[in-house]
Design a protein around this ligand. Structure first.
Ligand SMILES: Nc1ncnc2c1ncn2[C@@H]1O[C@H](COP(=O)(O)OP(=O)(O)O)[C@@H](O)[C@H]1O
Ligand SMILES: [Mg+2]
Ligand SMILES: [Zn+2]
Ligand SMILES: [Zn+2]
Length: 323
């Protein structure tokens, strides 16, 4: 959130006014609550709000034309202070469900640098698409979404998390993050509890922004696929922003793999076909995504960020903003 006019930015939050961290004690819960997630906290530098001295509201001067005869009059109105907005955004952020591992994933911790120019250009493009979606979003004019495709470890969840972080904490959007297998599990649970598809996905239908991660992974049951289709259709009809990551390919036509002329093993042919996102999620969902989203591919990473983190050796370059 925009820094208040202070002399030097706080070293803890760099003037953002909040910090994002992994939830230390995952709460008890309904299955959702048990998963460790990223949460935000208002930074201690904002404990004493210089604008409202903790009251939560400020007086602002408004000008209104009461009538032609009386003309313009100004009056003092009570409005919520920025500190209250920040507290609300921070509370909303915990509800998004961003995995705890991605608490440090932001636009500034994403390195758009590949081993060669082509990879760097692809990383920059993906970051650019996500960044502009996040920055251009307004509640009365939702941004176009995007579909990121890439191999495991290429930074897809990082970019989804960074986009949600910006939208919720900097723009005040409401958002939900779901990995597809967990989304299907939620649908199954709802189905077993006798709920309709609409009831099950109500929260995901209404969020300003929905992120679906790992789309195409696992085969949903007919009811799960139908509910997913309905969810995306309803978001499409409401013009809401949907962002997606997938390990499957976006290309419709794949060039045949190099090999002996006229020979292609049946198993390989099947594998090639199954690589396509459209084959995994069906024409209907795919074509709606084409209407709602820009499609971007991430290059595979050779310096494996995931392995570096799992080794437990925190790498400074992952958390330091690339200024
Ligand atoms: N370009 C990048 N810059 C900084 N960190 C990255 C980048 N790409 C991946 N990472 C980090 O590597 C790990 C794996 O990335 P992740 O986004 O989870 O991959 P996936 O594409 O499988 O979703 C995460 O910790 C992520 O923050
Ligand atoms: Mg991922
Ligand atoms: Zn601070
Ligand atoms: Zn205040």
């Amino acid at each position: 959130m925009e820094a208040l006019a202070t002399s030097s930015p706080c070293p803890e939050c760099r003037g953002d006014g909040y910090r994002v961290e992994a939830e230390v004690q995952p709460g008890p819960g309904d299955g959702e609550g048990r998963r460790a997630r990223a949460v935000a906290r208002v930074c201690s530098c904002r404990d004493r709000c210089p604008h409202c001295e903790g009251r939560g509201f400020v007086y602002t001067s408004r000008q209104v034309e009461f009538s032609k005869k009386v003309g313009m009059r100004s009056y003092e109105a009570l409005t919520a202070c920025v500190c209250r907005l920040l507290a609300q955004r921070v509370a909303n952020f915990a509800q998004v469900g961003i995995p705890a591992h991605h608490a440090t994933s932001s636009f500034s911790t994403f390195r758009a640098k590949g081993d060669d120019q082509e990879k760097t250009a692809a990383l920059e493009q993906a970051l650019g698409v996500a960044r502009s979606a996040a920055q251009e979003w307004r509640r009365d004019r939702p941004a176009r979404g995007f579909v990121l495709s890439g191999r495991v470890g290429s930074g897809q969840t990082h970019i989804l998390s960074a986009t949600l972080r910006h939208l919720v904490l900097e723009r005040g959007a409401s958002a939900q993050y779901r990995e597809i297998s967990l989304l299907f599990a939620d649908i199954r649970r709802g189905f077993n509890a006798g709920k309709s598809g609409g009831e099950i996905s109500a929260r995901l239908v209404d969020a300003d922004v929905l992120a679906i991660d790992e789309l195409g992974r696992g085969r949903g049951s007919p009811f799960e696929m139908e509910t997913l289709d309905e969810l995306i259709a309803r978001r499409y009809n409401s013009g809401l922003t949907t962002i997606v990551a997938t390990n499957f390919s976006l290309e419709r036509e794949r060039s045949p793999s190099p090999g002996p002329r006229g020979f292609q093993a049946p198993a390989q042919a099947l594998e090639e076909r199954e690589d396509l996102l459209v084959e995994r999620i069906g024409e209907r969902i795919y074509s709606r995504l084409c209407e709602m989203c820009d499609f971007v591919s991430l290059p595979a990473r050779t310096d494996d960020f995931r392995r570096t983190k799992q080794d437990g050796r925190p790498t400074r370059r992952l958390v330091r903003p690339a200024s």
